[in-house]
Design a protein around this ligand. Structure first.
Ligand code: 13P
Length: 250
């Protein structure tokens, strides 16, 4: 059985004061949440604050990106071992905002995934199609291309220590959630594609759904066979809303 995971992606939001009240409220409400694992992926500069507040709790933390390099003259980058210094469990790689706004290619995402695995960070690999790609009927081809780049570079067995998040780009921050059927179909496709290479990896890996998940729609998504939790943007900035989503997963 796969343990559900609900991960918040704060994106570029927060302040010392806001984070403190958000995390305090989150920690206070945790006894309502069943067996789901919970994590927050926060801006780099807030990782020490979050690590200090969440230490010893059941909430894990991580980053929203990671450098492909290990160390050296790479101005502005943050390496996987630096994240491990602050006990990060996770690093998101290949989020659609990084792919589209910062030009990250499938190849670069694969190198970042490899750098995370190498240092014992769990990559949360984001895949998903644009609206025009869905309308053209190429959703599966796009997701397959994104997965294949990582499998070819890192090997299928590296996915034993990873999480995948399916995030249809048209559903991110738009209030337009994929229907449970649409999401389940792509999740099943991803699991089936992985199973052609490793039955074990396919049956054990957690595939999260992301894109306008809210307390009101979380349960109908999480009940689907191949949806193992969520990657939550906007709704993870509100403790009550995020806790309700965690409850729905647990
Ligand atoms: P929203 O939940 O705000 O749509 O964002 C989803 C997302 O991009 C999580 O990584």
């Amino acid at each position: 059985m796969r343990t559900p995971l609900v991960a918040g992606n704060w994106k570029m939001n927060g302040s010392l004061a806001e984070n403190e009240s958000l995390l305090t409220a989150l920690l206070d409400g945790l006894d309502r949440v069943g067996k789901a694992e919970i994590a927050v992926c926060v801006p780099y500069v807030y990782i020490p604050q979050v690590a200090q507040m969440l230490k010893g709790s059941r909430v894990a933390w991580g980053a929203q990106d990671v450098a492909k390099e290990e160390q050296g003259a790479f101005t502005g980058e943050v390496s996987a071992s630096m994240l491990r210094d602050f006990q990060c469990t996770y690093a998101i790689v290949g989020h659609s905002e990084r792919r589209s706004l910062y030009g990250e290619s499938d190849e670069l995402v694969a190198l970042k995934f490899a750098a995370a695995i190498e240092k014992g960070l769990v990559p949360i690999l984001c895949v998903g199609e644009l609206l025009e790609e869905r309308e053209r009927g190429t959703t599966e081809a796009v997701v397959e291309r994104q997965l294949k780049a990582v499998v070819e570079h890192c090997g299928i067995d590296s996915f034993a220590a990873a999480v995948i998040a399916y995030e249809p780009v048209w559903a991110i921050g738009t209030g337009k959630t994929a229907t449970p059927r649409q999401a389940q179909d792509v999740h099943a496709f991803i699991r089936g594609w992985l199973a052609e290479q490793s039955e074990t990896v396919a049956s054990e890996i957690r595939i999260l759904y992301g894109g306008s998940v809210k307390a009101a729609n979380a349960a109908e998504l999480f009940v689907q066979d191949d949806i193992d939790g969520g990657l939550i943007g906007g709704a993870s900035l509100n403790a009550e809303e995020f806790l309700k989503i965690c409850e729905a997963a647990g």
